[in-house]
Design a protein. Structure first.
Length: 433
């Protein structure tokens, strides 16, 4: 039985056939029939949701995977279940408020308008629910993708956001076409003239899309990378790569948002190579008073010979120097023409041997101890090597232990560390005079 037949049955139940229905009677019949449709739609919603959810729940629990749990944690089935009653109202809107059921001469504009309004509202609601369903499906895909390690190297969030923007624009066009009663093709054809305006409105999204493609294709930055970008005050771990912004959690627990396109147009430092290599560079210099640099005495050479790490070095160096001096016919007393062992050279050799025997220094990486250009702060000696532990706290501990030792033993080589004189130093000199 169609809604058209229900009009006559409900009307005959309330009023006699001899009565000529007026506007009030017509509205009463329409409202009763519309209430019946709403009841049927509500029942259809609860039944549909219960059936769909139960079926999906059984399938999810039967599978050994855990990624499909995201289906149950989403609101996808809520939106799909709501589509069923909306579809029922959509299909019956014009039939419920059918003025032809009372004869063409009794057509009333209010009844016709009510049916049209109900039709438009149901159409718009259906479009919105379909849009929400698609958005929910994209969210499910993103959450499942983020469960895998590949998501850190190739973030999908920016692409998902682009698809959402496109879906939103398409959904908005369909909503406008439903309200206006025009074909969406006409609206799509009119977008050509509004392209410039759309490009201006979505400029950041377009630039972010281009940047996101380049970042992902070239693997320039991924979630979990440590990046430095002083221009934006970013120095920390990348937490999110979105369509228009990249969220960086700094080491001081502040959050910096960097425009995605800025990672393409500006320079930044990515520490991913260090993290993946398993080592971390130590590069630090100690400054020595240049007036403390001198040749070693025989007593000091004998004392260095007793140092375990320098035993082989001292023997090899003495033999090399003795042979060179013999060939040139000079004695060690002639400091200008002869070669001698110096305290700073022996100290550098000790540092090299100390690093080569250190358990936390990578022996397959560069180990270098060198002079830098002397200056107002004395003679810099730079230590360049790599620790086997790149965790920040552990690395700082290893580096500190190494330089604690190197600074503490400088007096054994007759060297003095350089530092600018303080007020206490000046006061001590004045009292000493």
């Amino acid at each position: 039985m169609t809604p058209h037949d229900w009009h006559h049955r409900i009307f005959n139940f309330i009023y006699s056939e001899a009565t000529i229905p007026g506007l009030k009677e017509q509205l009463v019949v329409n409202l009763i029939l519309f209430s019946m449709v709403l009841v049927v739609a509500a029942v259809a919603y609860f039944v549909t949701r219960k059936i769909i959810y139960r079926i999906v729940e059984k399938i999810v629990k039967a599978t050994p995977n855990d990624w499909d749990d995201e289906l149950l944690n989403s609101r996808l089935f809520t939106w799909i279940s709501l589509l069923v009653p909306v579809a029922i109202v959509w299909k019956t809107a014009l039939e419920v408020f059918d003025p032809d059921a009372f004869g063409a001469d009794k057509v009333d504009s209010i009844v016709v308008g009510s049916g049209q309004i109900l039709l438009v509202v149901s159409q718009v609601t259906a479009i919105i629910l379909i849009l929400f369903s698609l958005m929910s499906m994209l969210n499910i895909v993103e959450r499942i993708y983020n469960r895998y390690d590949v998501s850190k190297k190739l973030p999908l969030k920016s692409f998902i956001q682009v698809i959402k923007v496109v879906l939103f624009i398409v959904g908005l066009i369909f909503v406008i076409s439903s309200v206006m009663g025009k074909s969406p093709i006409l609206i799509f054809s009119g977008l050509g003239a509004a392209t410039a305006i759309l490009m201006l409105i979505f400029k950041d999204a377009i630039l972010g899309l281009v940047a996101g493609v380049q970042l992902s294709a070239n693997q320039m930055v991924s979630v979990g990378d440590w990046i430095e970008m002083p221009k934006f005050g970013a120095d920390g771990e990348v937490a999110e790569v979105a369509l228009t912004t990249v969220k960086v959690i700094n080491w001081d627990k502040t959050i910096t948002t960097v425009p995605t396109y800025a990672l393409i147009s500006d320079s930044f430092k990515n520490w991913r190579g260090m993290s993946e290599s398993g080592v971390r560079r130590i590069k630090r210099a100690m400054h020595f008073d240049m007036q403390s640099v001198r040749p070693l005495t025989s007593t000091e050479i004998e004392r260095c010979r007793k140092i375990r790490l320098l035993k082989d070095y001292v023997a090899a160096k003495e033999e090399e120097i003795s042979q060179w001096n013999s060939e040139k016919g000079v004695s060690t007393e002639d400091l200008v023409n002869a070669r001698v062992m110096t305290n700073v050279g022996t100290y550098r050799a000790y540092i090299v041997q100390y690093l080569k025997h250190h358990p936390k220094i990578a022996q397959d990486q560069t180990i270098l101890v060198r002079h830098l250009s002397p200056g107002d702060n004395g003679l810099p000696i730079e230590v360049y090597c790599f620790s086997t532990d790149n965790a920040w706290v552990n690395f700082e501990g290893i580096q500190s232990d190494i330089f604690d030792h190197l600074m503490a033993i400088t007096p054994e080589f007759g060297l003095r560390l350089f530092q600018r004189p303080s007020g206490m130093d000046l006061s001590a000199n004045r009292y000493a005079e």
